[in-house]
Design a protein around this ligand. Structure first.
Ligand SMILES: Nc1ncnc2c1ncn2[C@@H]1O[C@H](COP(=O)(O)OP(=O)(O)OP(=O)(O)O)[C@@H](O)[C@H]1O
Ligand SMILES: [Mg+2]
Ligand SMILES: [Mg+2]
Length: 922
C-alpha cells in the first residue's frame, strides 16, 4: 500500500476478515447496479445477494482460518456512510477534491474539464447538475486505471488516515492519503468514493431497507447503540434475535416500558386492532429470576434487591410466602411485574403515594409486600421475549397458583375502542389509580424500549397539569434575591441525550428553569448538598456536556455531582430559549428523586414523546372541552400544521432559474415568503427577493433571515407561536427594493418580533415602538398610542399573575400557592345553584383560605374548574361530580378539604390523587 504503510497489515492477534480480500471495485460495481435498478424491492434483492456472497465468503475463509472475523461492518460503513460514527470528519468539500483532481491529472486551469470540475453545480445536458461525483466520473473516465487495486479494507484504512490527519490539521498528509486513493481506483470507483466521502450515496436504497435486509432487529439496535459496528458484529447471525440476546437467568435486563400517550392516540397506535387494558400499578418495577430455590430480584435499573425480598424460601419479605406457589414442573423462570404494598385490613393494594418504599417493607401491622406479575420472559430454559404477549400470558398462567395479597397475576381487559379506554381511565380515577397501561397482544418483549414498542401508558390529564411528572437533572444555578440572597434560588434543569446502550449520558440539553415548589428549608438543604460542586459558567467557554441556547446559568455543576428532581408543570410549550426547543410552563419542584441516579434522568426522546402526547395543550390553554373526539377547532389547527404540504403550483416557490438577479442587496440572505398584500402576491415577492440576490425557502429554517407576510393566516400563526422567527411585513421588502438598500427593520415593520430582535429593539425603541433617538411623525405617534391603548385594555389574569410571581417572588409569596387553581366548593345542595347553599357549611372557611393563598373560587361548576373541594363528612354529591368529570378529556380533581390544609401546611400543592374524594358508602 505504498506510502500508507503504517495503516497496513492485520493486527497480529486478530484473524483475517472478509474485507481484507474483497476488492473495492466489487463494492463499487454493486453500488452502481443498485443505483441503476428500478424499484425498492429490486434494489433490496441486490443488496441481499451481495450480503449473501459476503457471508458465504466468510464461511470459506473460516475453513482455513478458524479465527477469521465475521463482520460486514467494513462494507456497511461505506454503504451507509451517513451513519458513520467511529470515523471523525474528513473535512473535505467538493471544491478541495476538484482542485486535487486538477493537480493529479495535470489539467490546465482554463481547460473545459477543469472548469467542469470547479463549476460542478452548473447544469449540463448529460448529468444531474450539482452532483460532483458524476461530473468527476465523466472527467475521469478516460484518464484512470481500468481497474482499481485496493481492497475494501485498504480503502477504509486510507479513509481513517484522512480523518485522523484532518483532525490533526496535517493537510499535507491528508492530501497524500487522498492521492493514494485516487491513483489506485478506477473512475467508477472514484465516483463511489466521492459519494462515500460526501456521505450521500444517492442509490435510492434507504437505511431502513438496508437494515431490514441485514437483520430484523438491525434498525432498532442501531437506534439504541448508534453503532454500525455493533449492529454488524452483534447481529451477524440473522436467526438470533436481539431480545433473546438481552435476557438470561440471573442477569438483570432493562424492562420494557410504555410510551406516554393520550386517549386520542390509542386506536391509531394499536393499529385499530383489539388490545389489552391493564391497571397501572403504583409500586416498583421488579423482575424475578428463579432457579430452584435460588431467587433474585432486580429493579428497573438493574439494582439487586434480592436480600430484601429474599434469596431463598427461608429469607426476605416475599420469597418465603411465594416459593410454595410455583407449580411442581417449574424449575427455572424469569417473571416481570410490579412489587406493591397490600393492606390486609382493607384487602386492597395501596398506592405508594409520596414517600413509600416497598423494598424496605417488613411484614408488619396490616401492610405486606405483594408481587403482581404481568409478564414472563423465560420458563425452564425456554426464552419468550420474541413470542407475542398473548402467548406469554398463556405461559404465565401455568407457572404459579396466585395468592391474593402476596403473589398475583395482573388482569387484562380486552378492548378495541377509544371509548373503552376512556371508561377504563375514568374507572382508574375512581379507584385512585395512577392510570392504565395498554398493550398490544401481538407485541414481543422489547427490553428498554418505549417508543413504538406496543405498550402505552395513559395517565389522566388534569386541567392544570401536564399528564406526568418529569424527572429532570439539575445542571445549573442562579443566585437568589431578597430572603433567598446568599443562596442559589433557581435551578436550570436538563434532559439527557440518549446515550449508547449500556453507557451513561454525556450530553445534556437545557430544558427549563425552576424556582418554586420548595420551602426555604428545603432550598437550604439543596444548597448544602450542591455547594461544593458549583462552578462559574463562562459563556465563552461553556462546559461541553451542557448544551444551552439563550438561557444560560450563572453557575453549573458536573452531572455526576448533581441529583434528579421530580417536576410537575402545567404545559409544555415551544421555545428557543432552551436547547430542547421547548420548555415547561409553571414548573414546580415536587421532590428530590433520591431513588434515581443522575444518569437516569429523562431523555430528549422522552421529551419528544411527551410533546407529541400533549400536543393538544399547545393549541391553547382554555380549549373547548366538549371532547368525545377533541374539539373540532383544535383538531384543525393541529392537523394542518403537521400535514406534509402538497400545494397547488401557484403556492409553490417561484422557479428561481427563471429570475434574473439584478443586485446584491440581499446577498445570501434566506427569506421565507408566506403571503403578500393584494396585487403583490407570494410569487411577486419571491421574485423580488431573488432579484435582490436573496434565496427563498418554503419553510423557515435555521438560516432564515425572516418570514415575510401580509396577513396572519393559520400557517403564519404557527410560525409566530414558535417564537423563533421575525415575521416582517411585505412593505419592508418593497421599501428595500425601492431604496436598493438592505434597510433595518423598525418596530412598525414587525408582525412578530423574535426575542433576539426584541432585545435589539429594546436598545433603540421603547416597547411601544417609539424611538429613543429619532423624531416622531404624526402617523407614527398614532401607531404608538394605539399600542399603548391596547395594552391597558387587558385585565391581569391569574395566569399572568402566576407568571409574575414565579419570576419575581418564587418563594417570598406562599400566597400564590393555589394561583392556578379555579376551585368550586361543594357547598350547595344542588350543584351550581347558590339558592340551595348549605347554611354554615364548613367549606366557607376553606374557601377563604384558598383565596388567601391565591386560588380563584367560583360559584358555578364551569368548564375551567380545576378542583372541586368536598367535606369528607358529606360525600353525597361526589358521584355527580364524577359523572361530570367522566365526559371530559381534561379532568378536574375532586378532593377533600384535607388537601387544602395539608398543602398549606407543606407550602406546596400535595399530590391530589391521595386526597381524591371517595364515593359515599351505600
Ligand atoms: N400493568 C403494568 N404493565 C406494565 N408496567 C406497569 C404496569 N403497572 C405499573 N407499571 C409500571 O409503570 C412503569 C412505567 O411507567 P413510568 O415510565 O411512568 O414510570 P413510573 O411508574 O412513573 O416510574 P417512577 O415511579 O420511577 O416515576 C413501569 O416501569 C412499571 O413499574
Ligand atoms: Mg410507578
Ligand atoms: Mg414517574
Amino acid at each position: 500500500m505504498g506510502d500508507n504503510s503504517d495503516n497496513q497489515g492485520q493486527d497480529a492477534n486478530k484473524g483475517p476478515t472478509v474485507a481484507d480480500f474483497i476488492p473495492f471495485a466489487e463494492l463499487s460495481g454493486f453500488l452502481e447496479k443498485v443505483q441503476r435498478k428500478q424499484g425498492n424491492e429490486n434494489k433490496k434483492t441486490l443488496f441481499k445477494s451481495f450480503l449473501a456472497k459476503w457471508r458465504e465468503f466468510y464461511q470459506e475463509l473460516k475453513k482455513d482460518n478458524p479465527n477469521a472475523i465475521d463482520s460486514f461492518y467494513p462494507a456497511m460503513r461505506l454503504i451507509l456512510p451517513q451513519l458513520e460514527r467511529e470515523r471523525m470528519a474528513y473535512g473535505i468539500k467538493e471544491h478541495t477534491l476538484a482542485k486535487l483532481y486538477i493537480e493529479i491529472l495535470g489539467l490546465a486551469k482554463e481547460s473545459t474539464d477543469a472548469k467542469k470540475l470547479l463549476n460542478y453545480r452548473a447544469p449540463t445536458a448529460k448529468q444531474e447538475a450539482g452532483d460532483f461525483a458524476s461530473v468527476a466520473y465523466f472527467v475521469l473516465r478516460n484518464r484512470c486505471p481500468e481497474k482499481g487495486s485496493l481492497t475494501i479494507k485498504e480503502v477504509n484504512d486510507c479513509l481513517d488516515a484522512v480523518a485522523v490527519n484532518n483532525a490533526a490539521k496535517k493537510k499535507d498528509v491528508v492530501k497524500k492519503n487522498l492521492m493514494h486513493l485516487l491513483r489506485n481506483t478506477s473512475a467508477i470507483e472514484q465516483k463511489w468514493l466521492i459519494r462515500m466521502i460526501m456521505k450521500e450515496m444517492k442509490i435510492g436504497l434507504s437505511q431502513t431497507s438496508v437494515f431490514a435486509a441485514f437483520h430484523p432487529d438491525a434498525e432498532d439496535f442501531f437506534n439504541v447503540t448508534n453503532s454500525l459496528a455493533k449492529v454488524c458484529t452483534d447481529l451477524a447471525d440473522p436467526k438470533v434475535r436481539l431480545n433473546d440476546i438481552a435476557i438470561s437467568l440471573f442477569s438483570p435486563f432493562s424492562p420494557m416500558l410504555g410510551m406516554r400517550a393520550n386517549t386520542n392516540q390509542v386506536e391509531r397506535l394499536m393499529n385499530h386492532q383489539p388490545f389489552y387494558i391493564e391497571t397501572k400499578l403504583d409500586g416498583e418495577r421488579i423482575q424475578l429470576h428463579k432457579n430452584g430455590d435460588n431467587y433474585k430480584y432486580f429493579s428497573r435499573r438493574s439494582h439487586d434487591y434480592s436480600s430484601s425480598f429474599g434469596e431463598s424460601p427461608l429469607s426476605g419479605s416475599l420469597t418465603p410466602f411465594i416459593s410454595n406457589c410455583f407449580k411442581s414442573d417449574v424449575s427455572e423462570c424469569i417473571l416481570d411485574g410490579e412489587m406493591c404494598a397490600y393492606n390486609t385490613k382493607t384487602n386492597a393494594l395501596i398506592s405508594k403515594g409520596e414517600n413509600f418504599d416497598v423494598k424496605s417493607l417488613r411484614d408488619e401491622e396490616d401492610i405486606q409486600v405483594c408481587y403482581c406479575v404481568f409478564d414472563i420472559l423465560m420458563l425452564n430454559g425456554e426464552k419468550f421475549a420474541n413470542r407475542p404477549l398473548h402467548e406469554r400470558l398463556n405461559h404465565l398462567k401455568k407457572v404459579f397458583n396466585p395468592v391474593p395479597g402476596r403473589f398475583q397475576i395482573v388482569d387484562q381487559k380486552q378492548a378495541s375502542t377509544k371509548s373503552e379506554v376512556i371508561d377504563a381511565l375514568n374507572e382508574a380515577i375512581d379507584l385512585h389509580e395512577e392510570g392504565i397501561i395498554i398493550k398490544q397482544p401481538d407485541s414481543t418483549y422489547r427490553p428498554d424500549k418505549r417508543k413504538g414498542s406496543g405498550w402505552l401508558k395513559i395517565k389522566p390529564e388534569y386541567i392544570d397539569n401536564l399528564m406526568d411528572e418529569l424527572d429532570l437533572l439539575i445542571v445549573g444555578g442562579y443566585f437568589g434575591k431578597g430572603i433567598r440572597a446568599q443562596m442559589i434560588s433557581h435551578f436550570l434543569l436538563a434532559v439527557a441525550v440518549p446515550p449508547r446502550e449500556g453507557q451513561h449520558p454525556t450530553i445534556f440539553q437545557s430544558f427549563a428553569k425552576v424556582g418554586s415548589g420548595y420551602s426555604l428549608k428545603e432550598l437550604y438543604e439543596y444548597n448544602q448538598k450542591l455547594a461544593p460542586h458549583w462552578k462559574p459558567y463562562d459563556k465563552d467557554r461553556p462546559p461541553k456536556f451542557l448544551q444551552c441556547t439563550k438561557e444560560k446559568p450563572e453557575l453549573y455543576l458536573d452531572p455526576s455531582k448533581s441529583f434528579i428532581v421530580q417536576i410537575k408543570a402545567a404545559e409544555i410549550n415551544s421555545s428557543n430559549t432552551y436547547k430542547t426547543g421547548c420548555t415547561l410552563r409553571f414548573p414546580r419542584l415536587e421532590k428530590v428523586r433520591d431513588d434515581k441516579e443522575w444518569h437516569q434522568c429523562m431523555t430528549t426522546d422522552e421529551v419528544e414523546n411527551l410533546r407529541e402526547a400533549s400536543e393538544g395543550k399547545l393549541a391553547g390553554r382554555h380549549v373547548e372541552m366538549n371532547e368525545e373526539d377533541g374539539s373540532p377547532k383544535k383538531k384543525r389547527i393541529l392537523s394542518r400544521a403537521n400535514r406534509p404540504v402538497a400545494v397547488a403550483s401557484q403556492f409553490r416557490g417561484v422557479d428561481s432559474s427563471e429570475v434574473q438577479k439584478v443586485s446584491e442587496v440581499l446577498a445570501d440572505k434566506e427569506i421565507c415568503v408566506i403571503n403578500g398584500p393584494p396585487g403583490k402576491g407570494k410569487p411577486e415577492l419571491e421574485k423580488i427577493v431573488i432579484e435582490m440576490g436573496g434565496q427563498i425557502v418554503q419553510n423557515p429554517g435555521q438560516e432564515t433571515l425572516c418570514v415575510i407576510a401580509d396577513k396572519v393566516n393559520l400557517r403564519l400563526r404557527n410560525i409566530i407561536r414558535s417564537d423563533v422567527y421575525d415575521v416582517v411585513k411585505a412593505s419592508w421588502l418593497l421599501e428595500c427594493k425601492e431604496s436598493k438598500k438592505h434597510l433595518p427593520w423598525l418596530p412598525a415593520h414587525m408582525i412578530h418580533t423574535s426575542p433576539q430582535t426584541k432585545a435589539k429593539f429594546a436598545e433603540d425603541y421603547d416597547k411601544y415602538g417609539d424611538s429613543f433617538t429619532k423624531d416622531v411623525t404624526p402617523e407614527k405617534l398614532e401607531e404608538v398610542f394605539q399600542k399603548v391603548a391596547s395594552e391597558i385594555d387587558q385585565d391581569i389574569s391569574s395566569e399572568v399573575m402566576a407568571e409574575i410571581e414565579m419570576k419575581y417572588f418564587p418563594q417570598e409569596s406562599p400566597f400564590g400557592l393555589f394561583r392556578l387553581c379555579k376551585v368550586y366548593l361543594d357547598s350547595c345542595l344542588v350543584i351550581s345553584d347558590q339558592s340551595t347553599h348549605i347554611k354554615d357549611c364548613s367549606l366557607e372557611l376553606v374557601a377563604l383560605e384558598l383565596r388567601f393563598y391565591g386560588a380563584t373560587t367560583t360559584e358555578e361548576m364551569t368548564d375551567d374548574v380545576t378542583h372541586v373541594i368536598v367535606d369528607k363528612r358529606d360525600l353525597s354529591r361526589v358521584p355527580e361530580y364524577r359523572k361530570i368529570g367522566r365526559t371530559k378529556e381534561k379532568k378536574f380533581h375532586v378532593v377533600t378539604s384535607e388537601w387544602v390544609s395539608d398543602s398549606i401546611e407543606a407550602g406546596r400543592m400535595k399530590t391530589e390523587r391521595l386526597y381524591e374524594a371517595p364515593l359515599p358508602k351505600p
